[in-house]
Ligand binder design. Structure first.
Ligand SMILES: Nc1ncnc2c1ncn2[C@@H]1O[C@H](COP(=O)(O)OP(=O)(O)OP(=O)(O)O)[C@@H](O)[C@H]1O
Ligand SMILES: [Mg+2]
Length: 248
């Protein structure tokens, strides 16, 4: 899997909990899109919990399904999607109570069906502090935290994306075996990074606030590397650009 200045194998990523943290505009969603693209290439279906509808174009481009009609039966949909190995965008941008209830039931059904259907799936939770806040339990947060804690055996991985690392459920976040730590500056966020990284606190303070957009400290297997993630481009745009180059 081509992430940018590093490559990963499918097995590095599936069935894992992955944390992508950083301030606004530091490149978190771009990093998540690169992971999704590489997983889809490896035929691993992905479910994105998408609070801003920011992944709809990408998921549609990967022949995925966009779910935005929350009057449908979440249980039969989840079973159908998982059996067919569909990649799915759950468009939560309307932020209704109905959509939150739907999502909780959908993820509970996915959890149940994953016992019987032996395929891997990675669930990406954008703005994770909204869905799995620290110190607050809901039906939905329960469903997501369960996947973080016990998903591996059922083939389920979780990607936690957040700009408010201190406000994300710690039980879930601390399950992460891989971290992409983009720029943060606030002492509360730097503290979270210092707890995660096997580095001297002073070093964290010196390096992390200077990271540029798309750069991150990548932490995996006890090793920290400063990396640059490649910029995500929707494949059709990429081919159009190649076409333009040929024309010139
Ligand atoms: N690796 C990268 N290389 C080049 N440009 C990038 C990279 N990562 C992100 N960008 C650009 O920087 C901008 C912000 O990126 P992105 O939306 O991923 O940030 P974010 O951390 O998710 O921000 P937010 O907290 O607002 O959601 C975008 O225009 C994106 O295209
Ligand atoms: Mg984002």
């Amino acid at each position: 899997m081509d992430i940018g200045s590093i490559s990963l194998s499918k097995n590095d990523v599936v069935r894992k909990c992955i944390g992508i943290l950083g301030i606004r505009g530091s490149g978190k969603s771009n990093t998540a899109k690169i992971l999704i693209e590489e997983l889809v290439k490896e035929r691993v279906p992905v479910t994105v919990i998408d609070p801003d509808g920011e992944y709809i174009d990408e998921i549609s481009n990967f022949n995925g399904i966009v779910v935005n009609d929350f009057s449908k039966d979440p249980i039969s949909l989840a079973i159908e999607h998982h059996k067919k190995m569909s990649t799915v965008d759950i468009d939560m941008s309307e932020w209704t109570e109905e959509s939150f209830k739907f999502l909780a039931k959908y993820l509970e059904a996915l959890w149940e069906i994953s016992r019987f259907v032996g395929v891997d799936r990675t669930i990406v939770v954008e703005e994770a502090h909204e869905f799995i806040p620290q110190g607050k339990v809901t039906e939905l947060s329960d469903a997501i935290v369960r996947i973080a804690l016990r998903g591996r055996k059922r083939g389920l991985g979780l990607v936690i994306v957040s700009q408010r690392s201190a406000k994300v459920n710690k039980d879930a976040l601390s399950e992460s075996e891989i971290y992409f730590l983009h720029k943060v500056v606030h002492p509360a966020d730097l503290k979270v990074y210092k707890e995660i990284l096997p580095m001297k606190p002073k070093e964290v303070e010196e390096i992390v606030p200077k990271l540029k957009t798309g750069e991150a400290l990548f932490y995996y297997n006890g090793e920290v590397k400063q990396i640059k993630i490649r910029k995500f481009e929707i494949p059709i745009l990429t081919s159009l650009k190649q076409f333009e180059t040929v024309q010139i």
